[in-house]
Design a protein around this ligand. Structure first.
Ligand code: TA6
Length: 433
């Protein structure tokens, strides 16, 4: 038995013959799904026995392993294992750092033996139950550092097994950004206390968002029956795309994700989602959605920012006076804000049709935080208070007093439609006054 790395140009006939037999004829996968246009750019491996093709697999540039197939009468002889191990070796050589695949659920155990971990729930792909599985290669942070570290400015460290976080230092601020979920975890301008809140009981594990920071809500904000709250983007591993120092000695980090079978099974659209974080005396976060498909799509989205405050009971949020809001604690009935938002109970409000800056007045910390925005028509103000706090295993008792969410979103009726080839940018701009 022999395995070789081949290109689609060289081995299209052998590769497609195996996949036609296994996927199209045996598993009834529609032709249109099998030939997805990715083959020409993918890395392929081909297994032959006495020169006859018996198995194949591929890996895309973003570490997406797929199309693993072994002809029926060659199964159970280690061909699949040989294909996977070869692709993992190639991923190490290419300093991929992490790989992922959408496994047929019945094969999840096979991949788990090689360190793949399930992320998210089961989904149908060509009517066959699948699960997304991710594996960070041993040296994920080191791999990222070899490609993106900036001496004295940006370096990746693990916040948990296989969970790299960018540690950013500039003359004006420090920050931390988790690669999983594209989640900002910290921003502290020089001379000030930390601005972004993260729970002391936060959990750092694959497939779970960190309680606090700035969760990315995409492709929906809030709850949709039977689907993950705030969408699927915040629990999967993103791709680091660029790290650089800008003119004013600010650090810019760009991360992204795009659609694959697992996302299309949940939300059937082709997209690219990118977060651009600019760290300096202010914190700028831009969430850019591109429609890479052929039909328009509509979404709600958000940067769900948790701010640190000295005491929520003495905190006020200004800027929403006169704005209509949907009150989640009162069955989403609509009310109008009068004056500043103050806090004496669970508060969970979607302020609609507002583009105003918000000011978080925090007398205990002796500061005002400004939350400016663009591309956002809604602002969510949330504090879980005592009862809801108890419902969060990743929130310590009494922590509700230390935080407030002022979220830069498009939610409720404020939906966004993106046409094919078009893009939508949601921007949050945070400063200390
Ligand atoms: O911030 C508004 C909100 O939708 C709340 O209703 C609460 O669900 C919060 O987000 C946190 O959601 P999460 O899924 O992160 O626990």
């Amino acid at each position: 038995m022999k395995i070789s790395k081949v290109t689609w140009a060289d081995a299209q006939a052998e590769l497609s013959a195996i996949r036609r037999t296994v996927f199209i004829e045996e598993q009834k996968v529609p032709e249109s799904l099998e030939w997805d246009g990715e083959d020409a750019h993918a890395l392929h491996v081909l297994v032959t026995e006495d020169a006859a093709p018996v198995g194949c697999g591929r890996m895309l540039a973003d570490g997406h392993i797929g199309r693993m197939a072994v002809l029926q009468n060659h199964r159970g002889r280690g061909v699949g294992r040989l294909i996977l191990k070869t692709l993992l070796m190639e991923a190490e050589k290419l300093r991929r750092g992490r790989v992922f695949l959408n496994a047929q659920t019945r094969a999840a155990g096979f991949y788990a033996k090689y360190g793949f971990i399930r992320v998210g729930g089961e989904f149908p792909d060509a009517n066959i139950p699948h699960v997304r599985m991710e594996k960070t290669l041993d040296n994920f942070s080191e791999t990222l550092n070899s490609r993106f570290a900036i001496p004295g400015r940006l370096r990746f460290q693990d916040s948990g097994p296989g969970l790299p976080v960018a540690e950013i230092t500039t003359p004006d601020a420090i920050a931390r950004v988790a690669v999983q979920g594209g989640q900002v975890l910290e921003w502290q301008p020089a001379g000030h206390k930390p601005v972004i809140w993260v729970s002391k009981a936060a959990v750092y594990q694959p497939g779970k968002g960190v309680r606090g920071g700035v969760p990315v809500c995409f492709p929906w904000f809030g709850q949709i029956e039977g689907k993950a709250v705030h969408g699927f983007a915040r629990t999967r591993m993103w791709e680091v795309r660029e790290a650089k120092v800008d003119l004013a000695d600010t650090v810019v980090l760009r991360l992204g994700i795009k659609d694959d079978e697992s996302t299309r099974a949940i939300w059937d659209h082709a997209f690219d989602l990118e977060l651009i974080v600019t760290v300096g005396a202010a914190l700028k976060m831009e969430l850019v959605t591109r429609n890479t498909g052929a039909v328009p799509f509509t979404l709600t989205d958000g940067l769900h920012t948790y701010f640190r405050v000295g005491d929520i009971r003495q905190t006020k949020v200004h800027g929403l006076d006169g704005a209509a809001y949907l009150d989640k604690t009162r069955d989403f009935k609509q009310f109008t804000q009068s004056g500043a938002v103050t806090f004496c109970e669970e508060t969970d409000r979607v302020y609609i049709n507002t583009t105003a800056d918000c000011l978080i007045e925090d007398p205990v910390s002796g500061r005002i935080l400004r939350v400016a925005k663009a591309g956002s028509s809604s602002t969510v103000v949330w504090n879980p208070w005592t009862e809801k706090e108890k419902g969060f295993a990743d929130m310590a008792a009494g922590e509700y007093k230390d935080m407030v969410c002022v979220e830069t979103v498009n939610a409720g009726p404020d939906e966004i439609t993106v046409v094919p080839g078009g893009k939508h940018s949601l921007l949050a701009f945070i400063g200390v006054e």
